[in-house]
Ligand binder design. Sequence first.
Ligand SMILES: NC(=O)c1ccc[n+]([C@@H]2O[C@H](COP(=O)([O-])OP(=O)(O)OC[C@H]3O[C@@H](n4cnc5c(N)ncnc54)[C@H](O)[C@@H]3O)[C@@H](O)[C@H]2O)c1
Ligand SMILES: O=C(O)C[C@H](O)C(=O)O
Ligand SMILES: [Mg+2]
Length: 603
Amino acid sequence: MWNLTRFASSRLSRTRRLFSSVIPGPCIVHKRGTDILHDPWFNKDTGFPLTERDRLGLRGLLPPRVISFEQQYDRFMESYHSLEKNTKGQPDGVVALAKWRILNRLHDRNETLYYRVLMDNIKDFAPIIYTPTVGLVCQNYSGLFRRPRGMYFSAKDKGEMMSMIYNWPAQHVDMIVLTDGSRILGLGDLGVQGIGIPIGKLDMYVAAAGINPQHVLPVMLDVGTNNQKLLEDRLYLGLRQPRLEGEEYLEIVDEFIEAVFTRWPKAIVQFEDFQMKWAFETLDRYRKKFCMFNDDIQGTAGVALAGLLGTVRAQGRTLADFPDQKIVVVGAGSAGLGVLSMAVQAVARMTGKNETAAQNFFLLDKDGLITKERKNLDPAAAPFAKDPGQIVGLREGASLLEVVKKVKPDVLLGLSGVGGVFSEEVLKALRESGSTRPAIFAMSNPTMNAECTAADAFKHAGENIVFASGSPFENINLGNGKVGYVNQANNMYLFPGIGLGSLVSGARFITDGMLQAAAECLASYMTDEEIQKGILYPSIDSIRHITAEVGASVLRAAVAEEVAEGHGDVGPKELAHMSKEETVEYVFRNMWYPIYSPLVQEK
Ligand SMILES: NC(=O)c1ccc[n+]([C@@H]2O[C@H](COP(=O)([O-])OP(=O)(O)OC[C@H]3O[C@@H](n4cnc5c(N)ncnc54)[C@H](O)[C@@H]3O)[C@@H](O)[C@H]2O)c1
Ligand SMILES: O=C(O)C[C@H](O)C(=O)O
Ligand SMILES: [Mg+2]
């Protein structure tokens, strides 16, 4: 691990020093008067200095007193805290949506202030703009909709996308997160309402990776929905038609991809929350041609692998013992299969044997244990299908409880989207597994879809477990001063660094080596002391720091694999000559930091 000062606290003065070299130079805004006040990219509200009020036609459009950024910040936080106080005792969903609304209003009004409060309070605000509240927002999006954000391409826009892409006001776009809304978290097909996910992911890109918010683009590809409830909802804002399938579907995605990379050839596209068949198909179709990745398959895999390697260390063993871990994966979808392939590749690298690399992994889907006897075995799951004879009595379709009792696994990893499948019996059976420190990864989102709660895990599987969930839970008080630590095993620890590293290296595409480098960086980030306590991932407070390190690892892998073409003034040769520390500094230097930049040139 590199010797960098942790970025644990985000108090402003320290952070400002770190970023002082990257404060953008004066930018000239061509707008005037109320057009500026209504543009969240440039708006400073009461913070416009007098010179800018004079020269941008703002005099008289604002109350006379100029309020400092810090005062504006405090004012927002005060109103946020009074909202917290006033909504105390109300149902969780009502409170969560009220918090989302107040943040969303700021987002729509003043992005600089919004991103500063988000960055500084990421632990409190991530659960609102990201999982779990973003799930509730998507479920209610048509009713909550006030102002559009991002772009919407629908099946009705066929043939028009190349011209539509030029409707986006920014000249320059770095990061695009794209969904078709077909598998939003564990909530299923939410059609056009899924746009909340790309918005939330890109908020994390700004907060964690320091991507300039003027250079991000959330995109919804609306090809219809198969959600009957939405089709019948009079408020539903998407196309009222069943989802396109087959070639018709792919033609829409192809057209969008062509339009995007024609206008912004250097952009990175993150595919998010596509149903499994299209997640794999589109990844296969585009990954060797464009700079894109699928977060649910590839980002999740790296985060899970880092957690699995951390688990071995938490058991007091060395990483060389990883191939001996017995791991049960529940959920054979895009995320579960992504995790398994990366973990099996890691075992194959460690042991030098491909044939036996999958032997300690057990895969279940909604029909139970997947074996070679499975009828209509999905080819993507086939490499992980068990030989029914491998463990006596382990039959095709065995239930999770049977599997846990027979296999006695070290790890139970859930990516099923089904809340509560790690039942009391299953957790108690895990307790009997004989593992020195069993691990439970209840990775499905949002909270109600988690395979079990943190409290149930510690209660039924024992206090000695390692626990991680996809959505946040509070740590568990185990009494006598002992804490059951709750990790958040969420792809947010990797996707911002994968995107950023690809961007600042100017990668032509995103290779397996780059993804592996990201996972290894995250895996090696934690100290032995932290790991012994059961802490597998960094605190979300240090997300910018870990993202810079991940980004730098991805960059170095891109250079090593000769896909880096350079970024801005920095060519591939310069990238290749950078030391490890220099790559981290370079990545930091490329991060945007939310402060008001001058909107007029000094006279
Ligand atoms: N924590 C993270 O970073 C992260 C990342 C990606 C996905 N996820 C979550 O993982 C979940 C699944 O995502 P996906 O893209 O793989 O979905 P998917 O629809 O592609 O796959 C779901 C899988 O779960 C299986 N399944 C359903 N019910 C089951 C049951 N009762 N027992 C066992 N298996 C069952 C299905 O057969 C299918 O194989 C979602 O809730 C998503 O939010 C979390
Ligand atoms: O969105 C998240 O929180 C993680 C993941 O991408 C998911 O689909 O659940
Ligand atoms: Mg996702």
